[in-house]
Ligand binder design. Structure first.
Ligand SMILES: [Ca+2]
Length: 481
């Protein structure tokens, strides 16, 4: 019998409609590209005049720029847990750096594996426990092994996939980029950095490593084109969290730290050269992928209930933002910073923030302490800045802000995007402060965030498993010495 007649007479009438729809529209693939310690401003398409990012700039013209994407954390490990679990940091137990989620927590890898996807992660991991993140680790520690990437992408044409490409670039010490690409003397030093020879030298090295990240993105996009999967792949690029020079954002909830450069490309679904200002968070990514795969993200059990017993994601799908149906998702986004457990930390300096489209409210929970950690406070360029500050009172005051801040801060980001004018004591902004402060309280309660008490439990939340916390591992090491 002719195949078509056979199908129409005997097979199609017995197939449920849903499977027909699936057969007509295969599930999309997902390529999630994550940078490391990249301030959102330091890309060609976000306006940096010096850095060279031709591949990312092209990706921007092929898709949508998400201007309102935010990470809920200020360091690598908690940002990644939120990104993969769809849960904010304290609820999942993954809030200090070098952290892990509670046993039983599920991630986007778990959920997409259930839907029949193969899932891989290439490059930097920094997440635990293993059982919560059931991906194949591609290329070992070498994120530049694109032969491993190609073999993963082409293994089985009938099976959809998720690949997270987690680059280690441009994380310090900035020695992996091409040498001599930028002349330090010719750079435009951003206004939030102090301009001296040390800053310029480090900035040139950092920009070189951003260029290397861009080369990796070029390799990935070329592989998608070569394997003819570009049209059926939703590509998302994220800058992770801010840069590691003072005021470049990392370890702070200022916008240089928690605001993220974000792009999304999905030919035929996302309009080229489009933009959205919708407020989004990393925790929205898992729900968005599941919605794009045809699943209902509101039915997902994350394995980790909040204080009200709700087991779903903290995030929501922004698929309708990507397809241009809406330009709104959240009214307020949130972030937390945990100092205890950061390499070289001296005293607890927990910070919380709530931000809407215009204003940001920040609460420093231990303003009586000195904020002092290894990264920004004890390395270059700060040492050179301190030497210059001896004859520069404005710079000295700026440096002191790295160590001491008031209990509350409020900024009008429309008028003051570098957050230099604290309006927390200004009666004209009392209502705004009260509104964002109340939103922050509600978020902390939902998360089970007890502020200082939570900060003091941070060491228990570090390490690969409940049996081997980072603190226990370190004291074992000390006992041996
Ligand atoms: Ca990082």
């Amino acid at each position: 019998m002719h195949l078509f007649r056979f199908l129409t007479r005997f097979v199609l009438p017995f197939l449920p409609l849903a499977s027909l729809a699936l057969a007509a529209a295969p599930k999309p693939n997902f390529l999630l590209i994550v940078a490391d310690d990249l301030c959102w401003r330091d890309l060609g398409f976000t306006g940096n005049p010096d850095v060279r990012t031709p591949h990312l700039d092209r990706l921007r013209t092929e898709g949508m720029q998400l201007h309102g994407m935010f990470t809920p954390a200020t360091t690598c490990s908690p940002s990644r847990h939120a990104l993969y679990t769809g849960l904010h940091c304290v609820r999942a137990g993954a809030y200090p750096n070098h952290t892990r989620a509670y046993e039983g927590t599920r991630s986007i890898f778990t959920h997409l594996n259930t839907l029949g996807y193969r899932t891989g992660l290439q490059g930097k991991e920094h997440i635990a426990p293993k059982a919560s993140f059931p991906y194949e680790h591609l290329g070992g520690k070498n994120a530049d092994d694109f032969a491993a990437t190609k073999s993963f992408l082409t293994r089985d044409a009938a099976q959809p996939w998720l690949l997270v490409f987690a680059s280690n670039d441009p994380h310090s010490p900035w020695n992996r980029g091409p040498a001599g690409l930028h002349d330090p003397a010719k750079l435009t030093v951003p206004p939030y950095l102090h301009d001296n020879a040390t800053t310029r030298r480090l900035l040139a090295d950092y920009y070189g490593e951003v260029h290397k990240l861009d080369w990796q993105v070029g390799q990935l996009l070329a592989l998608l084109a070569e394997t003819k999967q570009a049209d059926n792949t939703l590509v998302i690029f994220l800058s992770e969290q801010g840069g590691s020079m003072p005021y470049a954002g990392k370890w702070s909830v200022y916008d240089n730290g928690i605001r993220v450069a974000a792009l999304a490309r999905w030919p035929g679904k996302i309009a080229p050269s489009s933009s959205s200002r919708a407020l989004l968070q990393y925790t929205d990514i898992p729900a968005t992928f599941l919605a794009a795969a045809g699943a209902d993200p509101t039915k997902i059990d994350t394995g980790c209930p909040d204080t009200r017993g709700h087991r779903g994601f903290d995030g929501r799908s922004f698929l309708d933002v990507l397809t241009g149906k809406t330009d709104r998702l959240h009214e307020v986004v949130f972030a937390q910073h945990t100092t205890v457990g950061i390499n070289g930390y001296k005293a607890p300096y927990p910070i919380r923030a709530a931000r809407d489209a215009r204003y940001k409210y920040i609460r420093n929970l231990a303003p009586q302490n000195t904020y002092d950690i290894g990264g920004i406070h004890q390395t270059e360029p700060l040492t050179s800045w301190k030497a210059d500050a001896k004859n520069n009172p404005a710079l000295a005051a700026r440096i002191d802000w790295l160590y001491h801040r008031p209990a509350e801060e409020l900024y009008d980001l429309q008028a003051d995007d570098l957050e230099t004018k604290n309006l927390a004591a200004d009666p004209a902004h009392a209502a705004t402060k009260a509104r964002l402060s109340a939103a922050l309280d509600a978020w902390m309660a939902q998360q089970g965030d007890q502020g200082m008490a939570t900060e003091m439990k941070a060491l228990e939340r570090q390490g690969p498993s409940d049996n081997e916390t980072r603190a226990a591992k370190q004291s074992k090491k000390k006992a041996k010495q």
